[in-house]
Design a protein. Sequence first.
Length: 87
Amino acid sequence: MDVSATLALVAGLVWLIVANLIGMLPSRDRHWTSAYVLMTFGLPILIWIAIAKGPIWAALFLGAGASVLRWPLVYVWRWVKSRFGVL
């Protein structure tokens, strides 16, 4: 197994663990600052996983990340619906 591929998966798992730990901590701004930081680091890790392991592993990581950051996705979806009249 390639070392880069292993490191990419380890980085993704560390990101998921940190994201879950951050979600358990109290926050004054309802975790929005943390969500922006997590998205900033999560996107390069997602790209790294896609390059190192392929699209299936990247899709799995994307799904896991989306389950952690579900509220930002809900708000984006609501904004798109109100802005463009989708569905």
